[in-house]
Design a protein. Structure first.
Length: 311
């Protein structure tokens, strides 16, 4: 195969974390993915990275009697161009898929983020709070690419595996105009910055008075999760009129109660609509209990949030 494709490098990974790190560092053009990997909840991180890097990929099943993950996973149902091969397929079939996809036209490479200019600290009117779970990695990508470089301070809780928090920060920072960083205790909030709490053993909150700062606190699960969307939303109730909150796709109900308290205290609140949510769980509960003022399609969520920040 190397002879047919000069300069070809082959990278092998026997676990999802290794595969993610290799893909992020090497930015491959093509990937064969064991179907078992695609059944893991954390695979949505790989999907988002593949999308950001324009990586073509093929799911490889154990045998012809296996049930492909995409038939049962809502995450894979939104994907396109995913081919299902089996390990019993001939090498010629593998090469045909590889040749077809490696030669397909590619998007322009994502721009580097190291040259992002610094922005001021006090040029904002409101704070943005976002919670998401299953399907949220891609949803966050879609929302944050619509934010300007000097966006309001944005705090996000995303449910993900413990090992993938730093990868999510790096992925979103790669494609977002604003600076994306991991949430840390006692950080003053700045415009042009997005703070991510994902895979961390502490809950993220905000101090109740200006200048607002992040507070990271240990404690039991809240609404079944650490970090918890409810914990983040509840911490902002004392200054709810300065808050715009959104719940994106995800299982369960984390964030709904905290959002209801925010809305009652004067915050603007949104939930992703059923049609565009990979899993209409968290946003459904938020809508049904009256926590969300409006349901918004994913493609319009960034605009709705930013518009609410101007009032």
């Amino acid at each position: 195969m190397e002879a047919a494709y000069p300069g070809l490098q082959v990278l092998l990974a026997n676990n999802l974390m290794m595969a993610y790190n290799q893909a992020e560092a090497g930015q491959p053009s093509f990937a064969f993915v064991e179907d078992g990997f695609t059944k893991l909840p954390e695979f949505e991180m790989m999907l988002a990275l593949f999308s950001a890097l324009d990586v073509r990929w093929v799911s490889v099943m154990d045998d012809r009697n296996s049930t492909p993950a995409r038939r049962s996973s809502p995450l894979l149902n939104v994907g396109a161009g995913i081919f299902e091969l089996t390990k019993s397929d001939s090498p010629r079939q593998f090469i045909q898929y590889f040749d077809m996809m490696i030669k397909a036209p590619r998007r322009n490479s994502p721009s580097a983020t190291s040259a992002k200019p610094s922005v001021g600290r006090d040029d904002f009117k409101k704070i943005i709070l976002i919670g998401s779970s299953t399907g949220g990695v891609e949803a966050l990508r879609n929302v944050l690419v619509g934010f300007p470089i000097q966006c309001p301070p944005t705090l996000i809780v995303q449910h993900t595996g413990k090992s993938f928090g730093s990868g999510l920060v790096s992925l979103l920072d790669r494609i977002c105009p604003a600076k994306v960083v991991a949430a840390e205790d006692n950080i003053p909030l700045q415009s042009g910055h997005v703070y991510i709490a994902a895979g961390q053993p502490r809950h993220m909150g905000v101090t109740p008075r200006k200048p607002f700062k992040i507070r990271m606190k240990e404690g039991p699960n809240i609404s079944g999760h650490t970090p918890s969307v409810d914990a983040l939303f509840s911490s902002a109730v004392p200054f709810a009129k300065d808050v715009v909150a959104a719940i994106l796709t995800g299982m369960g109900q984390d964030g709904a109660k905290g959002m209801l308290d925010l809305r009652k205290a004067g915050a603007a609140t949104f939930a992703q609509d059923e049609k565009t949510a990979v899993v209409y769980g968290m946003p459904r509960v938020a809508w049904e209990i009256g926590a969300a003022q409006k349901q918004v399609p994913l493609a319009r969520m960034a605009g709705a949030i930013l518009q609410a920040c101007k009032t």
